[in-house]
Ligand binder design. Structure first.
Ligand code: 13P
Length: 341
């Protein structure tokens, strides 16, 4: 298969009906923080055990079409000795890899960030392909204040995200492009909408500049929500605001939009995804999930680092993934949280 055929095939697998993507690609500091919230120490062995538990959950391939991993995981094995990417493929789940190297201060800005990781990226991708990864992720982040993000930050971040996407596609890997507008701050819904629109508009301009094939990317945006701690409008209002921004900025050529959860509770993220899929009006893309925290919090709580809890943790994962699978089709209702518990 040629490079474009390979990417089309990967997109088809990632966007099959009822499926979303699990982000299990936390860097060392982030996974350490997530696990410690549940009293679990982050070691090479606990990370291996935990991430293979996710990949080998029986039946999870019905709801999860792809899993994004961190570099370390691609070389780790399940308890039965199978490499974790191969264990994913055995469940028809596409293995992916986070390739950015995190955010650093954007020199010359007022404390804003830019994501790094372009140096030697092509060579690194060649290695990940050998390890079985078929798609990639890169995350930018944008902080909202009354004055920010600046044009400098919008343009610098769009440029690196587009360059990353072009390099990934040159290797036949599908790039997930993630321009995350953070929920921190006390801004309202309209301000989040305006910033999200600006971030995505500059991103799509840069993708065009770098001749990225839009049919072979996945967009991973934030949902449009007010700042953390601010009063929340109804899920329907947030869904409408999110769709309005997407319609204004994302060409219909893009096959799939897979949202991040961004610090919402599991239930909130599922309810918002459901409302987005239930809303009226033009929606020319698949609208699904690529959650990390909203999928994994219940799993980590059930596991708590105790090997005997592994089955319960897998059940929690299956249940949460199933509810999000329903939400991705607009068929979820809040009563299912207790019905199926
Ligand atoms: P959250 O769903 O926890 O926001 O994480 C998504 C992600 O992968 C961030 O890069």
């Amino acid at each position: 298969m040629d490079r474009i055929g390979q990417m089309q095939h990967t997109i088809e697998r990632l966007t099959r009906p009822g499926r979303g993507i699990l982000a299990a690609d936390e860097s060392y500091p982030t996974i350490t923080k997530r696990l410690s919230d549940f009293g679990i120490e982050s070691t090479e062995e606990t990370r291996r055990f935990y991430r293979s538990l996710l990949a080998t959950t029986p039946g999870i391939g019905d709801y999860v079409g792809g899993i994004i991993f961190f570099e370390e995981t691609l070389g780790q094995r399940t308890d039965s000795g199978q490499l974790i990417p191969a264990a994913c493929e055995a469940q028809d789940i596409v293995p992916g890899i986070k390739v950015d190297k995190g955010a650093v201060e954007l020199a010359g800005s007022d404390g804003e960030k830019v994501t790094q990781g372009l140096d030697n990226l092509g060579d690194r991708l060649d290695g990940y392909v050998e390890q079985g990864a078929l798609f990639t992720k890169w995350r930018n982040l944008y902080q909202i204040t009354p004055a920010l993000p600046s044009r400098q930050a919008l343009e610098a971040n769009a440029e690196v995200l587009a360059r990353y996407a072009a390099i990934a596609q040159s290797r036949g890997m599908v790039p997930i492009v993630e321009p995350e507008v953070l929920m921190d701050g006390d801004h309202d819904l309209d301000r989040c909408a305006a910033v999200t629109e600006a971030a995505q508009a500059s991103l799509f301009e840069a993708l065009r500049r770098h001749r990225v094939l839009l049919e072979a990317i996945i967009l991973k945006p934030n949902m449009v929500l007010p700042g953390k701690g601010q009063p929340r409008p109804s899920v329907e209002t947030c869904a409408e605001a999110t769709l309005q921004v997407l319609r204004r900025t994302v060409p219909a050529a893009v096959p799939s939009i897979n949202f991040l959860s961004g610090g919402q509770t599991s239930e909130e993220a599922t309810a918002h995804l459901n409302a987005i899929n239930q809303a009226e009006g033009a929606k020319p893309w698949v609208l699904s999930f690529s959650f990390s925290r909203a999928l994994q919090n219940p799993v980590q709580a059930a596991w708590a680092g105790v090997a005997e809890n592994a089955d319960a943790a897998q059940q929690a994962f299956l249940q949460r993934a199933k509810l999000n699978s329903l939400a991705r089709e607009g068929r979820y209702s809040a009563s299912m949280e207790t019905d199926n518990a």
